[in-house]
Write a protein that binds this ligand. Structure first.
Ligand code: MRU
Length: 348
């Protein structure tokens, strides 16, 4: 059963506050653009497709109580909301993709009465949300084809319902496989520093009755060496033209380990996660986050005060380490060498 990650309720955006999971399932009503920016920045709402949807509804928060005199004033409010939301997090391209759709919708309806333009913007945000639902289901069906009964799968961070508005990306494939009656066992990296794997992915998999085992991030190599992992499934925050994948820090480690141990490494992501303007992953902006996230675990200090910290939120997995990318259009397998255009679609 998907979780209600994001909803539009009486002119507010109701989100699950993901910083409180797994111990408390708390919903928060976001009423203005600044609070939405803060919610995205602090990872109350997180995961590439989910922040796209949150951003789209965030734009509406910027105009819902405004009474602009003309289109120019209306557009100024929209542009300012988009600018603020776009400055929340830099890596997941879905956010910019959704904000761009909202901008285009406003510009495409410039000649209409403002009340109607507002209504059309709300419809656009709902379309983005509905599309995400449909896309999750399609990706899940393709992804599940890569899973067979008995598989032991490793995943990283959270690419589930909480990272989308429905079934998830990588976890969607696992949910679908389970639904098809396949027996699977899932290992979840805790995913330091913010523990999305330990807090969110285990919670989602357990809810669905999937056999789940939590491991520390540094245990993957040992499990692979012992022959306990058959496949790796992860999501993505941005994919460049050559198939390089930005995803949660630590994903690259897994891809290197998977290649060494000859384990297939699958990425599941919607087309809105592709950034075809970028020729390689080197051009993907990587978010640097606060130092205390590393000095602390869930607010508890674990390192000497003021110790120097390096805290990139994402890393880049070279496309050549990716066995296949699953999108809503199908499974794209990599040819022996080349760019993403050399990934070719196939059904298995
Ligand atoms: O920092 P987060 O929790 O937003 O990072 C999320 C991830 O890295 C996910 O793997 C990614 O967004 C894909 S989820 C569908």
């Amino acid at each position: 059963m998907p979780v209600n990650t994001i909803r539009w309720v009486n002119g507010k955006v109701r989100i699950i506050d993901q910083t409180r999971l797994p111990h408390k399932l708390i919903y928060r009503d976001i009423k203005d653009v600044q609070s939405m920016r803060e919610a995205i920045k602090k990872l109350r709402v997180r995961g590439a497709p989910a922040i796209g949807v949150a951003g789209a509804f965030g734009v509406l928060l910027g105009i819902k109580n405004e009474r602009p005199k003309n289109y120019r004033e209306f557009k100024k409010k929209i542009d300012s909301a988009i600018k603020s939301l776009a400055s929340s997090r830099p890596t997941a391209v879905n956010l910019f993709w959704a904000l761009e759709r909202m901008r285009r919708c406003a510009e495409g309806n410039a000649k209409r009465p403002l009340t109607q333009a507002k209504k059309l913007l709300l419809e656009e945000a709902f379309s983005i949300m509905k599309e995400d639902r449909d896309i999750c289901r399609r990706m899940a069906s393709f992804g599940a084809k890569l899973i067979k009964s008995g598989d032991r799968i490793l995943t990283h961070c959270n690419a589930g319902g909480l990272a989308t508005v429905d079934y998830g990306t990588a976890l969607g494939a696992l949910f679908k496989a389970k639904k098809e009656g396949k027996r699977i066992k899932v290992f979840v990296d805790e995913t330091r520093p913010l523990l999305q794997g330990a807090r969110l992915t285990t919670w989602e998999l357990k809810r669905e009755g999937i056999d789940v085992t939590l491991i520390c991030d540094n245990m993957a190599a040992s499990l692979m060496e012992k022959g306990l992992i058959d496949k790796v499934f992860v999501g993505a925050d941005r994919i460049a033209r050559n198939g390089d994948v930005a995803n949660k820090i630590g994903t690259y480690n897994l891809a290197v380990l998977a290649r060494y141990h000859k384990i297939p490494f699958y990425v599941v992501a919607p087309e809105s996660t592709f950034d075809f303007r970028l020729s390689s992953g080197k051009k993907i902006p990587i978010e640097q986050r606060g130092e205390d996230e590393v000095r602390e675990i869930l607010g508890k200090k674990i390192a000497p005060k003021n110790i120097k910290v390096y805290n990139p939120a994402f890393d880049i997995t070279p496309g050549r380490l990716v066995t296949a990318i699953v999108t809503e259009k199908g499974i794209f397998r990599r040819r022996r060498k080349g760019t993403f255009s050399d990934f070719h679609i196939c059904t298995r």
